[in-house]
Design a protein around this ligand. Sequence first.
Ligand code: IVH
Length: 688
Amino acid sequence: MDNLQARYEDLKRQIHFHNYRYHVLDAPVISDGEYDRLLAELKQIESDHPDWISPDSPTQRAGAAPADRFEKVRHPAPILSLANAFGAADARAWYERVRKLDDRVERTKFVVEPKIDGLSVVLHYRDGLFVQGATRGDGEVGEDITSNLRTIKAIPLRIPVERSEQRTETGQPSLFSNFLLPNYLVVRGEVFIPIADFEALNKKLEEAGEKTYLNPRNTAAGSLRQLDPKLTAQRPLTLLVYQIVHAEGGEIPASQWETLETLRALGFPVTDIARRFDDINSAIAYTESWGDKRSSLDYEADGMVIKIDDLGLAADLGFVGKDPRGAIAFKFPALEVTTTLLDINVEVGRTGVLTPKAVLEPVEINGVIVKNATLHNFDYIAEKDIRIGDRVLVKRAGEVIPYVIGPVTDVRNGSERPFIPPTTCPACGQPVEHFEGEVAWYCVNAACPEQLVRNVEHYVSRGAMDIVGLGIKIVEQLIAEGLVKDVADLYALTKEQLLELEGFADKKADNLLASIAESKNRPLNRLITALGIHGVGEVAAGDLARHFGNLDALVDATDADLQSIEGFGPNTAAAIVDWFSRPANRNLLGKLKAAGVWPVVQVSETSEQSSGKLSGMTFVVTGTLAGFSREGIKEFIESHGGKVTDSVSKKTSYLVLGENPGSKLDKARSLGVPVIDEAALRQLAGQG
Ligand code: IVH
């Protein structure tokens, strides 16, 4: 193998490893920038040597062409369901039933796992390669959704096959010295969308005036059944794997517990809250303990599954219909309740989108009093015929914002009133507008006070200018006092002004001013995101920054210029031209430029820069810094040509020390790595 080919293989291995750290373990060990550089190098090699590309390359996840329909796949063994238990008594009754059938039940252990509210999928690996993936279907035959599943980064494209292979593609130590790995392995897992990702997705859609999704499960189901894998790739799908359905040419574990361990060692994502117990009572106690804690999980779980650990025994117990006797789903109480819809409030978002919010008669759902819920948009209210005064069904699952499922029409008494969407903005009274092809209605008044609050909130947020310490309460104060009339006014704030505000003392004012000043270093893509142009999220902002390089060029961009960028359609182009043509926005840009907020190139393009003052230096950060967030410090260092890594080594140039440092400080001291504070770092970067 020549050097380049060896490098290619090494890059594939490294990228798989970092995917695994990020998507399976949720513990990345390199920065996004470093990851992007590895991927860019791999892509370059593949474009020079297309014949080298193998199906397990990390670039091959989202390449497949759209399909006309899904082919059918017969499962190698039935994909079974589970019988339900509602409470401890039901679970004990199940135990008694199976104990009577087979006295080995008295001696077996029990494994308790979360019951993830997602979609069952079946994944096939031949000689270590992911070759096919299917939906559950009717349990006998499912649909071939391989191309869609390939886009899910938590699904390994390759798993180890030989005993001699000491490490998986992900660098996990091997667990397979005890048995011969099968060359054909079929596993089962549950695909889902984590709650936080679901909320973020909906927020983005809401801001873009598009229809929001109802809940993570339906969204995951819809995403898996897209004919175009590119659409699936855009949804934050992930999975957890829990069963070996079939294996050939090797051995597999005899217990459920070892199955989970083996799957984990093969590089599959496996739940970390599964536990094994010697007796059924402990298993039930553990299960019940998750009933109260379910909202701390980052996905929706509708219960726990109690499984007989001995898989031979479980198989011998057989099944009833499609439910194996060897396991039971212990369901948590339902998260849906009915209550009265007292009123519908209309809120104004940052882009002026008007969103209806339900005001509910307070009701408890799983220990939380719910008073408000999402109603999505005006069309949703009309389609579901939701009326003020209705009894409505409300769902609150996990940390998902509660939402109104629909009215209970049978109990109407005639006093309910249909909701009439407002024709003027509830905050400023200006007429509302509707854009062709969107569901949302907008307040387009740039001076709308409610929009200003949301606008500033967005401008200072993490994905945008990341101004630490500027929370919503302070934003409201600044606007109420007339100190901030647009986001550029933030840069004109003085210490004296801040000290007059309630809750501000010396240090807090200094810190806030420092982080406002520091935000001037944000790259162009962040500033474009921060401007809050209709339809321009983080991805589009990155494209614009790369294409135009500076705001002066973007300001003068024509409709045709914008539409020449891939992914920019007429609506987005028109919205951008419209934004830059408005006198209030032009004035804002003038103020930003005068304040020195005028970045010209994007960080990812300059991160290789050798001219920065920190060029050639590697930094590790520990503890909390007063003037930077975690992302902010990284960007600051990178924008000055430096590199940030996670762990201290002899190669580390400096450890940047914040409050409450971790063990990195001891390590730096033991290796003789110099330790500096925030001020010294600014000086090094020439910003002191
Ligand atoms: S075991 C014989 N384990 O729940 C194996 N199922 O209501 C039977 N589910 O169809 C399934 N998490 O789609 C099992 N940890 C877990 C699960 C799980 C979610 C789903 C699965 C099943 C449904 C039954």
